[in-house]
Ligand binder design. Structure first.
Ligand SMILES: Cc1cc2nc3c(=O)[nH]c(=O)nc-3n(C[C@H](O)[C@H](O)[C@H](O)COP(=O)(O)OP(=O)(O)OC[C@H]3O[C@@H](n4cnc5c(N)ncnc54)[C@H](O)[C@@H]3O)c2cc1C
Length: 270
């Protein structure tokens, strides 16, 4: 089979999908799609599948049984504009290849992330890393936004003053806050991308990175719709149980009529 062209992906190449107040995600390029996954899987399973339905079933099988290597044959490259605090979390995913704008080489733009007044929440009592559902009062939230804006303005004015004194850019930038926007090209294979999405779409991940993950999920769906559906089915929206919890469920289901085959197999119900 020749070079894979996915028309839905071609249609969105280079299109900037906005995220947060000034960020975006752009699909720069892709290598392979559902067809490449099937094609590479056939190398290990032999020339078996033929119809689109059979191909989708094969992809579903591979995902369900964690036969991950065929998914690594698909690669996506993104251009992302994101605040530095989001980039700090994002960059922990080590299996990517990336190239970021250099603040040593370029003058950083006066572009900072400002959350909306409506999005501001209090610290969560149950999740030490997260925010609660409780909003700040309108007055408090407006003061926070104003405080952020003033801090960013002051920091950028100082940065510009340092540059005017011909201070090296690599030092002039160090007082700029984490809300400053940065940009990078980021490339990942589909298996690791699904891992990234599973972690960064999770409600425990910070809302801002979840917003990027949400957009990347939809772009990925254009490139590899069957694989993305299988990922959602078997990983993103599936649940796992500890042996104790599984045993509890099993004892309650034992003897019940109409237990779905998948449940019976997974829990070992005879
Ligand atoms: C909600 C949330 C909260 C977090 N909080 C914190 C925090 O407070 N502090 C903090 O430091 N981090 C934190 N992290 C980051 C987290 O610990 C991981 O570093 C990050 O999610 C990347 O996961 P990963 O290593 O599985 O993924 P990747 O780096 O993308 O790797 C993918 C997979 O490749 C394999 N792999 C990659 N590199 C290696 C290697 N060198 N050796 C062996 N196997 C490898 C592993 O199987 C890994 O799962 C948090 C992450 C999330 C989602």
């Amino acid at each position: 089979m020749a070079h894979t062209i996915v028309l839905e992906a071609e249609a969105i190449l280079d299109q900037a999908f906005p995220v947060l107040d000034k960020g975006f995600v752009r699909l720069v390029d892709y290598l392979g799609g559902d067809a490449r996954i099937v094609q590479s899987a056939r190398v290990s399973y032999g020339a078996g599948t033929r119809s689109v339905r059979e191909d989708a079933a094969l992809i579903d099988y591979l995902m369900r049984h964690r036969h991950t290597s065929p998914f690594e044959q698909v690669v996506l490259t993104f251009h992302v504009k994101l605040p530095i605090f989001v980039a700090r979390q994002w960059v922990r995913h080590r299996t990517a290849r990336l190239n970021e704008i250099s603040g040593r080489y370029s003058v950083m733009k006066d572009e900072f992330y400002i959350p909306t007044v409506e999005s501001l929440r209090t610290q969560s009592e149950v999740n030490k890393q997260g925010r609660s559902e409780a909003p700040l009062s309108r007055e408090e939230a407006e003061a926070v936004v104003e405080g952020l804006r003033a801090g960013q303005k002051e920091a950028y004015a100082q940065y510009e003053a340092f540059l005017k004194k011909n201070l090296a850019r690599e030092v002039a930038r160090i007082g700029l806050p984490l809300s400053l926007y940065t940009e990078w090209y980021w490339q990942m294979d589909l298996n690791n991308l699904f891992h990234f999405l599973e972690l960064r779409l999770h409600p425990h991940a910070q809302w801002e990175i979840r917003e990027y993950a949400r957009v990347i999920l939809e772009i990925t769906r254009k490139v590899a719709p069957c694989a993305t559906a299988a990922f959602e089915r078997h990983r993103l929206h599936s649940v796992t149980f500890s042996p104790e919890a599984a045993e509890w469920i099993k004892t309650r289901l034992q003897g019940q009529p109409d237990i779905p085959r998948e449940v019976r197999e997974r829990l070992g119900i005879v």
